[in-house]
Design a protein around this ligand. Structure first.
Ligand SMILES: NC(=O)C1=CN([C@@H]2O[C@H](COP(=O)(O)OP(=O)(O)OC[C@H]3O[C@@H](n4cnc5c(N)ncnc54)[C@H](OP(=O)(O)O)[C@@H]3O)[C@@H](O)[C@H]2O)[C@@H](O)CC1
Ligand SMILES: [K+]
Length: 505
């Protein structure tokens, strides 16, 4: 599903209204029904409800929900904030409809607001601002948001937590954003929901299908897409029954300085579990026994240095894709070897972990990375690499620029990992959980990617499939072990289930 901008959502909204020949208030009522449905399925009529409605259509939604809840037997107190005496036409109409239920349901605030005493079990419905927020909240609205956040009550935000911009929050006033327990958003995830730091505002997320025009959605052009199983499934090539191990390719993994052999084992075993024909692990001599024992299917390609990657692999060695980085350290000898290895690499390349830390110290190397190289930084590695600002939106913009200017595939790791492609498109992943933020998890991802590259998947496709499968394997691991207890090995152990789940095998 696409992730449109707030402006595009408005256009889709307007098109739906004219295409269906309905009025905007009818669409608002449709949206309010689905909100009410979601609320009543979770909270009973014994829950006291307080609704805060703003001056725009987000407020209109809130007023319609208040009316529907009252009609459903809930005790609801509603406050409409009409400070500038300028409320939208549909918000005004919804206020009239609510008032028509009788006295006392609606309090209109036109100047100062004395916050009510709220019991701990009150459910707050936040309909102050949605996609029409045009600047950070300040003054009375900022105070109101701080009040809402201080109550300790459960908060359901309509469409967007009030105060959160749909895209760029790099200059927002972060103290003036509602911290929702649940956000009920219409039709699309918003770009801001993809950034880890905004999880504390969004809370749990539920997307409500309000049947906006699918033809308009399909013709809306946006670089941002949220990818789910159906999309990924289409990217797979059938596996030929007559294939031999040569057909499925050889992956080379340069990993594990002495003391970090586990990184090589994890990347190597993930690679083996992901379909390539043969896995070679280039690793220092002292890792020999542990890797031979831990990964008997792999072929060891020795580095003649005992402890670290110092000798680039000769161009006579045959392999179809190479991954460099897990646990290799950042020693100057390794740095030199990495330089030579990148310079002589002619096959698809993945750079991860310490390879990225070395490049961060030699940023000019970015200019000679082969086209379509995949890099897999976590936020800190990306910051070291680019000196970008520390918020999700700024980071994404820099990643998109880097991807386009250097023809790289940038996998920005996070809860919703972003895969930035050189043509400007960005895909956000839908799988994964907090348990995967564990040592070695990234090595597993690199192993899956290089395995798919060795099978001759296009780098962009390999990146998309690998990120999805990796997250799914983590989700399957968590379904039996729980998020607290997952290790990277558990992710490897669930790669096969992840394939089977995705491909209905
Ligand atoms: N998408 C869909 O299909 C559907 C969308 N629907 C709903 O519509 C919502 C969008 O409605 P919307 O466009 O009226 O915007 P909304 O968020 O209510 O705010 C606008 C008001 O806020 C004001 N304002 C802005 N910033 C401010 C600030 N910092 N401080 C103070 N004021 C500020 C602004 O005034 P102004 O900027 O002119 O000063 C204006 O008065 C959307 O989120 C969803 O809930 C559904 O009803 C049906 C289907
Ligand atoms: K809201």
């Amino acid at each position: 599903m696409i992730i449109p901008t707030a402006k595009q959502i408005k256009e889709i909204d307007a098109f739906t209204i004219s295409d269906e020949g309905i009025s905007s208030i009818d669409l608002m009522e449709r949206a309010a029904y689905s909100l009410t449905d979601a609320i009543t399925s979770q909270w009973s009529t014994s829950t006291p409800i307080v609704v805060f409605a703003g001056p725009g259509n987000n407020g209109g939604d809130a007023l319609a929900v208040a009316r529907m809840l009252i009609c459903g037997g809930y005790a609801v107190k509603t406050y409409l904030f009409n400070i500038a005496s300028r409320i939208s036409a549909d918000c005004k109409e919804e206020a009239e409809r609510l008032k028509s239920l009788g006295e006392g349901h609606l309090t209109e605030i036109t100047s100062t607001f004395e916050p009510p005493e709220l019991s701990a079990d009150t459910l707050i419905i936040d309909g102050l601002f949605g996609t029409g927020l045009s600047r950070p909240l300040e003054g009375g609205f900022a105070t109101l948001v701080r009040f809402i956040n201080s109550t300790g009550c459960t908060v359901v935000s309509i469409d967007v937590p009030s105060g959160l911009m749909c895209e760029d929050n790099s200059s927002n006033n972060l103290e003036s954003i509602v911290r929702a327990s649940l956000t009920l958003t219409f039709q699309f995830r918003k770009l801001a929901f993809m950034f880890d730091e905004n999880e504390m505002y969004v809370g749990k997320l539920k997307v409500l299908d309000i049947q906006l025009s699918s033809s308009k959605i399909n013709s809306t052009s946006t670089p941002y897409e949220y990818i789910e199983a159906d999309y990924i499934r289409e990217l797979f090539k059938p596996r030929v029954n007559s294939g031999n191990k040569g057909t499925f390719g050889t992956a080379m993994i340069v990993a594990g300085q002495y003391g970090m052999a586990g990184a090589a084992l994890l990347a190597g075993s993930a690679c083996l579990r992901s379909g390539c024909g043969k896995v070679m692990v280039h690793t220092p001599l002292l890792n020999n026994n542990i890797i031979q024992i831990g990964l008997p299917e792999a072929i060891i390609h020795h580095d003649y240095n005992e402890k670290r990657f110092c000798n680039p692999i000769s161009s006579d060695t045959r392999f179809d894709a190479i991954c460099i980085g897990p646990g290799i350290g950042t020693h100057t000898d390794t740095s030199r070897a990495l330089y030579d290895q990148i310079r002589r690499t002619r096959c698809p390349l993945v750079l991860d972990a310490d390879a990225l830390n070395i490049i961060a110290r030699n940023k000019e190397w970015l200019d000679f990375l082969p086209a379509k190289t995949i890099i897999t930084p976590h936020p800190l590695e990306f910051q070291r690499l680019t000196d970008c600002k520390n918020d999700g939106y700024s980071r994404l913009k820099v990643a998109q620029e880097l991807s386009e200017s250097h023809e790289l595939i940038v996998i920005l790791k996070g809860h919703h990992t972003a895969i930035c492609l050189p043509d400007g498109r960005v895909y956000f992943n839908s799988t994964g959980n907090s348990g995967m933020a564990t040592a070695g998890s990234g090595d597993v991802l690199s192993g899956i990617i290089v395995s798919l590259l060795a099978q001759h998947y296009q780098p962009s496709v390999a990146a998309l499939i690998a990120v999805f499968l990796h997250g799914k394997a983590g989700d399957l691991a968590s379904s039996t072990l729980g998020e607290y207890s997952i290790t990277a090995s558990d992710i490897v152990n669930n790669i096969s289930n992840s394939f089977r789940d995705l491909l209905n095998m």
